[in-house]
Design a protein. Sequence first.
Length: 550
Amino acid sequence: MSAAPPRTIRVRRTLAVAGAKGGVGKTLVTSNLALYLATIGRKVVAVDADAGGATLHSFLGLAHPGGVARFVPPRPSFRAEVRSTEGPGPVLSIVLDGTDGGVPSADDLFANASIADEEVSDAPEFALSPSPVPGLTLLWGALDDAPAGARAPRSRRRLRAHLETLDTEYIAIDLGDGTAPSQLDFWLDAEMPLFLTVPEPPAMEGMWRFVRAAFARHLLRLADGDERAALRPLLRSPRHAPPARDLLRHSEVRGTRLATRVEQAVASFRFPFVVNQTRVRGDLELGDWLMSASERRLGLRLDYLGYVDFDDTVWTCVRARRPVLIESPGTKASRCLEKIARRLLALDAGTGSRRVTRNVPPDTLHDLLEVDRGATDEEVRRAYKRARALYATDALPRQGLFDEAGLDALRARLDEAHDVLLDPARRRPYELSVFPPEPEPRAREAGPRASQADLPPAPEITPHTDFTGALLRAVRESQGVTLAEISTSTKIGRSYLEAMEADAFKDLPAVVYVRGFTAEVAKHLGLDPEQTSRTYVRRLERARDEQGRH
């Protein structure tokens, strides 16, 4: 007998939908995205992995895959009449069908209802339920309730192992809400993760909680054993899952290889999200505001895929147990869902990101207002107005993200940015320090030059070198370059250059200026500007922090 040919498993793409809290529309979006994929000719399995109440079947118009307990209505039966010797008239007794008229004992009632242990262990595995839509089937995860014959609900690990065996093109998973590690792993490992929120303060808090927890899980999965041991105490602080920006500034992370690992996690972290149930004009801007607030406070860049308008038709379709894309394909909610599906597919293909990249240094006044270097006065005013609205006390994005003291400090910085960038006398020197002009060819001083043989040897520079003032001076002297030449070329005052080489941090200006100064000196000396600036500024910040504590 010849061996059967190996079974071919198609390449699967997983779409995992999570939400800020119950009622944000996770099941609605999962069912209709799965339906959309099926209507464009894809083979799709919709998976209900909600451990708090699986209802995906209802949105697809199907019966509960796990079934419900069988109901057998009791049938009363009557005993033959018995003459009482103590009084006239017949005595009629009503008993349950199948009994002899006596009072049944507990053993009699439950004699046929017990389940043997071997029957429990042989509980049925996950099963696919066909839907009315060709190409779309449902798999109930049984995480909220035990299937018939099982002792306890299934686990996510067991469900995940089963999903690996499915022969399908897409798996659309309704994960429910929560931040359990196994749930975060499902979401992070999906090729198309999607998060849902709504314009409500509780949902905002739930979203930021999920973002922090997802990033912490992502970071731990990237770290090796020693790094995880060092990170866990920080991630389990009283505040739980601190923002990436705070981790990078933490004394136990800054200046170590953990900082590089955190930066790697920040660069590779993905968070596509959708705002559901938008009602007013301000709700349509909420997605862009959430991206700005996340980058400002958490240091994480999110991917906003769009919104879904509030639509009474959705309620009607849910009531009728019919998907909205089938029952009412022309409504505004249906059109929004189709846009979300297309953007999600484009993002999976690497072409759908809506992130805006600005060529400005981080933490500068331009970065704070999210404007480019050449922004006009009108653009600065509009950006300032938008930022003030974004960080207002009653603004939705700040719920669960900013404390009041931090907001006050941020608003003061916004006022500073507005005043400096609208004042030509202050804007020009500030931009010269942040955006120095490209270095011109070195203007050599007149007079005799030292020969190459008279110059000191060049210090060894590696990709891991931390730059100090003494090291910058050694590099400069090995090239026969004077401070006057650097000052002429970079337009940086000589007193600042001398303070940099002497590590006289108290004589240097604000960090944002020093970052630009070191980058320009590095360009002039042929060094890596990014490495030079980052390592020098790191030492500067550490020294100023220590001075502040004393």
